[in-house]
Design a protein around this ligand. Structure first.
Ligand SMILES: [Zn+2]
Length: 317
């Protein structure tokens, strides 16, 4: 009797495990960037298994195309990527070596998230060649630093996930709207916080922040990196520091992966504070998620502008 009962329990447990395994046939999503991975997790919830290729602390322009990344891509049902050639140095190689028809160009499993950005900034005019910098040939690809575009990306992902996994379609669409509501509730908080320092211009290291600055109404008066992806000449650094010294209020912003030595030296020479900002989710410990990243960025921008105000400090020239 006891043996029979034990067998029955084992059989029921086995069936439960089998049923849950079938029910949890998650959509395997590979995201190139940590921001996209984080958004995919919000939209996909328990229905997806998300893997991110480029960690948040790594410059996404330059990721070594390692075999371990190819292996991740081999198993993917869906690939979400930034596009606008941000990942051009490594993603095409990974796609080619993964030989996964789910994510090859033109398949329903590959999603270029730049489709969600209505307006691409800094689109070059005239002939594009390497003399204008070796990255950003199709315009500025860093649109994820405008949280409103992040919301559009979430909705785009939800639609595609719903198409690939129709049984969970309603859940994807509902989660995207939940995410949108969370971000949209924070938008006025971020904007109000930064508005107080909007009259203090800033200098960027790389043109990584254009969407952020455009959204927040902040003025960028120059880049330390004269052309995207190319180290600045001493003459350009001299010109930009001279420009910085002439301002009543100024500060410098750079991503954690930018050339800290050059950024530091330029900021010191213009007696301006340097704010290191997270260029992606996970780039600094505080940027644990997409929303927390903007909380941190806005706090840092305000602190840097206050520290960079020479009039208030009695340093007017
Ligand atoms: Zn860039």
């Amino acid at each position: 009797m006891k043996i029979h009962a034990t067998k029955t329990i084992l059989l029921v447990c086995g069936l439960v495990l089998l049923t849950s395994a079938v029910a949890r046939a998650e959509l395997k999503v590979v995201a190139t960037l940590s921001d996209l991975g984080w958004i995919a997790e919000q939209v996909g919830g328990d229905d997806v298994d998300v893997t991110t290729l480029c960690p948040g602390h790594q410059d996404p322009h330059y990721l070594p195309a390692k075999p371990s990344l190819t292996r991740k891509l081999k198993k993917a049902d869906m690939l979400v990527y930034n596009g606008l050639e941000l990942e051009v140095g490594w993603l095409p190689l990974l796609i080619k070596s993964a030989r996964n028809r789910n994510v090859k160009a033109g398949s329903r499993g590959e999603l270029d998230c730049s489709q969600a950005a209505e307006h691409i900034l800094d689109v070059p005019t005239g002939q594009v060649d390497r003399s204008k910098g070796d990255i950003h040939p199709h315009g500025n690809p860093h649109y994820l630093l405008d949280p409103r575009i992040g919301v559009s990306v979430a909705r785009l992902m939800a639609e595609r996930m719903a198409e690939l996994d129709p049984d969970a379609a309603d859940r994807y669409l509902a989660r995207a709207e939940e995410f949108a509501a969370r971000v949209e509730a924070r938008l006025p908080v971020w904007q109000d916080k930064v508005r107080a320092v909007a009259d203090c211009p800033l200098i960027v290291y790389h043109q990584h922040w254009e969407y952020l600055l455009h959204w927040l109404g902040l003025e960028n008066i120059g880049s330390i990196e004269h052309r995207p992806g190319i180290n600045p000449s001493p003459q350009h650094v001299e010109d930009i520091t001279r420009l910085g010294r002439r301002q009543d209020c100024v500060y410098v912003i750079a991503a954690s992966w930018d050339n800290r030595k050059i950024a530091n030296r330029a900021a010191e020479r213009m007696s301006a504070p340097l704010a290191i900002l997270p260029g992606a989710v996970g780039a600094v410990d505080e940027a644990v998620g997409y929303i927390e990243m903007f909380d941190f960025i806005c706090d840092r921008l305000v602190a840097a502008a206050v520290a960079g105000d020479r009039l208030e400090e009695g340093q007017s020239q």
